[in-house]
Design a protein around this ligand. Sequence first.
Ligand code: SAM
Length: 237
Amino acid sequence: MPETPSSTGPLSALRLEERLRDTGFFLNQALRTFNATGSVVPSSPALARAMAEHVRRRPDPEQPLRIMEVGAGTGAITRGIAEAMGPGDTVDLVESNVEFATHLERLLATDPQLAPVADRASVHAELVHEMGTDRTYDVIVSGLPFANFTAEDVKGILQYYFEVLEPGGYLSFYGYLYTKEVKAVIARRADYLRQARTSWVVREWIDRYGVRSDKVFANVPPAFVHHLRKPVGESSS
Ligand SMILES: C[S@@+](CC[C@H](N)C(=O)[O-])C[C@H]1O[C@@H](n2cnc3c(N)ncnc32)[C@H](O)[C@@H]1O
């Protein structure tokens, strides 16, 4: 009889230990670079699953997907993507923090959920706009903390995503619930206004291309996942 993996066995204890180590490392980096990191703990498995929706729900099961994950951090969402990847899929993991990128390389060699896709994954220790436009993608999964960026930066990044997305391709990203309300109370006026302008840009893109938004409460903090689709009639660069 095949062995059923136990939720209390040595493998699960190892995973818990790895997650705690990742969380400590993430917090350490967040304290040094909060603006770019944008949260103090990695995303939850529930958020990772929601973000990987369009890797899992593919239009043609026979057609391999080219995937880009931006802001991969300590691989929390990468694990959700890896679980949903088919045998021919490839993924570019873009992460501007060199320490996170080095950690991701190590995880691809050792992590039980990431090692199975290691031969089809490449880590790019770069800012997303440095990736260039010579490759295109079927699915882009973005973990960038838009709420910390300026409206101009977010517009530039969204334009870049839509330039390298194939027509009919999907972009998934998340934002935290209640950020605006919290900022209204605690942020300085200039920062509140900056974030309001950023959220207008994000809203404009969701209104134009959004196909679905889901709330994920099982995350710290709870999040909204937005899925956008590039129209089939729009060509890539
Ligand atoms: C909110 S964290 C998300 C980390 C991970 N995906 C998760 O969900 O736990 C955002 C990540 O984006 C990275 N980042 C920020 N700006 C970036 C940029 N312009 N290009 C690539 N990565 C960036 C940060 O270093 C950080 O690891």
